[in-house]
Design a protein around this ligand. Structure first.
Ligand code: XBP
Ligand code: MG
Length: 267
């Protein structure tokens, strides 16, 4: 209960949870190490470049989101002697197209499963009438390929909005991609929850005003997740529950389902 400006006592209505917004890479599936990384390397080989991103180096490169942006960052930071050709921007764009081709092929070959609990939660949320959305920096066709090959033939249709890639110029950690997704849905951030796996991701979702559940992975376990609703090992399954890692709920185990999300959202 609180008093409004006229001094009349009113009841604050709880805001209903209406939508779940998911990051893709690292959150829906562990796509970075064994998906994007080898796809970049395959594109570099195809173009006759001696660039090769091993697992630890790729972890450092993940500081920058977006594949084109990441390649430029690599050259600046790790190949300072590299002399850019006149057609540098076009070359990066072509390289990135090749990388997307390799990556979507890898997904079509059934290369990357969804993370634990993801398919279960998506099915349950849909059945409960929650709206689903995606907010990611990766290329749109990568998202639809993952949903099609690792979720269901019509997986992309489960999502009311797929906000992806260059649709906003400022990628995560900027909040723009989440703001764009919310605008498309006509929802306020208070009506939604976001799911992220990385520091850049939660900076973006929190920047857009979204309460955020974090599921960590090998590349992100040491990231800073200040302001997260909960930090979990994964979404959990009945037989293999998540473990909660944030101080508020340390040691808690369980399975993220709609009831639990409604409870966290209401707090
Ligand atoms: C994902 C990314 C993307 C992918 C590569 O970050 O940073 O750049 O690594 O995809 P997030 P593209 O999970 O925070 O959205 O090459 O298509 O950009
Ligand atoms: Mg991510």
């Amino acid at each position: 209960r609180f008093r409004n400006v006229t001094g009349v006592q009113t009841c604050a209505l709880p805001i209903l949870l209406k939508a779940l917004l998911f990051d893709v890479d690292g959150t829906l599936a562990d796509t970075e190490r064994d998906g994007h990384r080898p796809a970049f390397n395959a594109a570099f080989r195809e173009f006759g470049l001696d660039w090769d991103w091993d697992v630890p180096l790729y972890g450092e490169l993940l500081a920058v989101t977006g594949g084109k942006e990441r390649m430029k960052y690599y050259l600046e930071r790790f190949r300072p002697d590299y002399v850019k050709p006149d057609n540098f921007e076009a070359m990066i764009a072509e390289l990135h197209k090749a990388k997307t081709r390799h990556y979507t092929q890898l997904l079509a070959d059934g290369g990357i499963p969804l993370r634990p609990g993801v398919e279960r939660l998506l099915r349950e949320a849909r059945a409960a009438g929650l709206i689903l959305g995606v907010a990611t920096t990766t290329t749109p066709e990568n998202v639809t390929a993952l949903l099609r090959h690792s979720l269901a033939e019509d997986g992309a249709d489960w999502f009311a909005v797929i906000a992806a890639g260059d649709i906003v110029p400022a990628k995560k950690p900027a909040p723009d991609i989440y703001v764009w997704a919310l605008q498309q849905l006509g929802l306020s951030p208070e009506e939604c929850l976001a799911f992220e796996d990385s520091e850049n991701g939660i900076r973006s979702s929190r920047g857009a005003g979204l309460k955020t559940v974090v599921t960590i992975n090998d590349y992100t376990r040491d990231h800073e997740f200040t302001g997260a609703l909960a930090v979990l090992t994964d979404l959990g399954e009945a037989a293999t529950p998540y473990q909660r890692l944030d101080v508020a709920g340390q040691g808690e185990r369980g399975m993220v389902d709609v009831a639990r999300l409604r409870d966290w959202h209401a707090r």
